[in-house]
Design a protein around this ligand. Structure first.
Ligand code: BES
Ligand code: MN
Ligand code: MN
Length: 470
C-alpha cells in the first residue's frame, strides 16, 4: 500500500531530510534586510531546485518586485495535477501547500548558544533561525511530497500545488498581489498551512484562527538638527519625550487600548470556543514561569491568557530607533526619534479602519513643538477558518494515526497575512496543521524545531494528502 511505503521511505530517510534542511537554514534569508536580498533569492532557488528534483512540475520562481515595490522577493511555485479521477468518478481534489522560506532577523546574536545560521542539533532539537518558522515546517511539506512521489512511482494520491513565499515576515504583500491578480493559478480545494504551533507536546493541534495586524512607525521631529542638551535643554522640544508621552496614552495601566472606537468591531468568540479553551491543559503559572519568564503577566482584566492572546486586540512597541544608544553618555537633544508600534487585530476588525482610528488619535496627542508622521509599514487581516469540512476531518484522522490522540482546536495570536486571502479571494478552506512547540523561540534567540515533530509532521502530511485523495 502506498501510504505505508511513503511512511517507511520518510522514516528511512530522516537523516538526509535533516541534512537538507540544515543546508537551507544556512542561507540567511532575512526578508526585512535589504543586504540579504541575494540570500533570500538563494533560498527560493534552493526550494525550487528540490521541488523539481522530487518530480513536481511547472516549477518556477514568480517575481513579485515591481517599480512600486522594488524589494519584492520571489514566490516559488510548483504543481502536480495528474491525479485523475477518484473511485467515485469525480476529479480528485487539489491541495494548495503553503509555506514561507524567509526568516526574521537573528539579532541579538550574542544570546544564541550556537550561531543562528549554523544549524546545530542538541537534545533532539535543531537550533537555527527559521528552524520551525517556517523553513523546517515548509520542508515537511516538500519531504512528504517526495515520500509520496517515490512510493507512488512518480505519482501523488491527490493534485498538489505548492506556493512558498519570501515575504511572510514582512507582511506578505507580494503573494497578496499575486493571489488577487492570478488567483486562478492557485485554484485548489483546500490550502494546507504548516506555520503554527501545537498547544502542548504530543497534543495534535489545528489552528483555526489568527490575529491580523497593523505595523506602524511614528516619526517625531523637533529641532532642525541635534542640539547640545545643556545649551538648549529647557527651550527645545525632545522627540523621545514626545513619543513617550504619546505611547503612554495609547494604553492604560491595565492594558486596555485607549484609541477611540478601537474595540467597536471586536467579535466575541463563540460560547463553544470559550468552553473548549477552558478545557485545554493550560497552567497560567507554568506559562508565566517557563514561557514568558516575567515576574507577572499583564493584560486586560476579565479575560484569560488564551482569550487575551487569541481573541483580543493588543498594542506593542518594538523599538525606538534614533538618538544616542552607544556606550557611555552623550548630552544631546536628538532632532528626530521613531517608534515602531504594532497592533494585533481580531475578527471583525479591519486594518484600514484600525489604522485610521490610531492615526487620528496619535495626531490628536501630538505634543507642543513636535511634528509627527504616522505611517503604516504592513498589515494583514484577522481570520477564523471553518472546521466543518472534510479536509479538517482528514487532518484530524491523519494526526490521530500519528499521535494516537484527538486533535485540539486552538487559535494563534500570531498572523499569517495570506490566510485571509486564501479564504476570501480563493474561497477555499484552510487547514492550519503546525508542529511547532510553545517553547520553540519563534522570532527569538535559540529558535529550534523539535526533530521528533519534524518527523511526525512529515508523516501527518503524508497521511493527510493520502486521505484527501482517497
Ligand atoms: N508563523 C508565524 C505566525 C504564527 C506563529 C501563527 C505562531 C500562529 C502561531 C509567522 O511567521 C509570523 O511570525 N508572522 C508575523 C506576521 C507579520 C510580520 C505580518 C507575525 O505574526 O508577527
Ligand atoms: Mn511563520
Ligand atoms: Mn514568523
Amino acid at each position: 500500500m502506498t501510504i505505508k511505503a511513503a511512511v517507511e521511505f520518510a522514516q528511512e530517510n530522516q537523516g538526509r531530510f535533516v541534512e537538507e534542511l540544515k543546508a537551507l537554514l544556512r542561507i540567511p534569508s532575512v526578508s526585512t534586510a535589504p543586504e540579504h536580498a541575494g540570500d533570500v533569492r538563494l533560498a527560493a532557488e534552493f526550494v525550487a531546485a528540490e521541488l523539481k528534483r522530487i518530480g513536481m512540475e511547472n516549477v518556477r520562481l514568480i517575481e513579485t518586485a515591481t517599480a512600486e515595490r522594488p524589494g519584492g522577493h520571489p514566490l516559488v511555485y510548483a504543481d502536480w495535477l495528474k491525479a485523475g479521477l477518484g473511485a467515485d468518478g469525480k476529479a480528485k481534489p487539489t491541495v494548495l501547500c503553503y509555506g514561507h522560506y524567509d526568516v526574521q532577523p537573528a539579532e541579538p546574536l550574542d544570546e544564541w548558544l550556537s550561531p543562528p545560521f549554523e544549524p546545530t542539533e542538541r537534545n533532539g532539537n535543531l537550533y537555527a533561525r527559521g528552524a520551525v518558522d517556517d523553513k523546517g515546517q515548509m520542508w515537511m511539506h516538500v519531504k512528504a511530497l517526495e515520500s509520496l512521489m517515490v512510493a507512488g512511482g512518480g505519482t501523488l494520491p491527490v493534485n498538489v500545488r505548492v506556493i512558498v513565499e519570501g515575504e511572510e515576515e514582512v507582511g506578505g504583500e507580494g503573494i497578496a498581489h499575486f493571489v488577487r491578480a492570478h488567483g486562478d493559478q492557485l485554484q485548489a480545494d483546500v490550502a494546507l498551512v504548516s506555520d503554527t504551533e501545537m498547544f502542548a507536546p504530543d497534543l495534535p493541534t489545528l489552528c483555526v484562527g489568527l490575529r491580523g495586524m497593523i505595523y506602524t512607525e511614528i516619526e517625531a521631529r523637533g529641532a532642525r538638527t541635534d542640539l547640545h542638551s545643556g545649551m538648549y535643554g529647557g527651550a527645545a522640544p525632545n522627540p523621545f519625550v514626545a513619543l513617550a508621552q504619546v505611547i503612554a496614552q495609547l494604553k492604560d495601566a491595565e492594558g486596555k487600548i485607549l484609541i477611540p472606537g478601537f474595540y467597536d468591531k471586536v467579535a466575541k468568540p463563540t460560547e463553544a470556543e470559550l468552553k473548549a479553551w477552558k478545557a485545554l491543559p493550560f497552567d497560567e503559572e507554568h506559562y508565566r514561569e517557563t514561557e514568558v519568564g516575567s515576574v507577572a503577566l499583564t493584560g486586560e482584566p476579565g479575560y484569560s491568557v488564551l482569550e487575551r492572546t487569541w481573541s483580543r486586540p493588543t498594542l506593542d512597541v518594538h523599538g525606538m530607533p534614533g538618538g544616542f544608544i552607544g556606550a557611555g553618555a552623550k548630552t544631546v537633544i536628538p532632532a528626530k526619534a521613531v517608534a515602531k508600534v504594532s497592533m494585533r487585530l481580531v475578527p471583525d476588525m479591519t486594518p484600514a479602519e484600525a489604522f485610521a482610528q490610531y492615526k487620528a488619535y496619535v495626531e490628536l496627542l501630538t505634543p507642543k513643538g513636535i511634528v509627527l508622521e504616522v505611517r503604516m509599514i504592513h498589515s494583514g487581516d484577522p481570520i477564523v477558518v471553518s472546521t466543518d469540512n472534510v479536509y479538517v476531518k482528514a487532518a484530524t484522522d491523519a494526526m490521530h494515526t500519528v499521535f494516537g490522540k484527538e486533535t485540539v482546536f486552538v487559535r494563534g495570536g500570531g498572523s499569517i497575512p495570506i490566510v485571509g486571502d486564501f479564504v476570501r479571494e480563493l474561497t477555499i478552506p484552510t487547514v492550519m496543521m503546525g508542529f511547532g512547540l510553545p517553547d520553540d523561540n519563534l522570532h527569538a534567540p535559540n529558535e529550534k524545531f523539535h526533530l521528533a515533530n519534524f518527523y511526525r509532521g512529515i508523516e501527518s502530511i503524508v497521511r493527510f494528502l493520502s486521505g484527501v485523495g482517497a
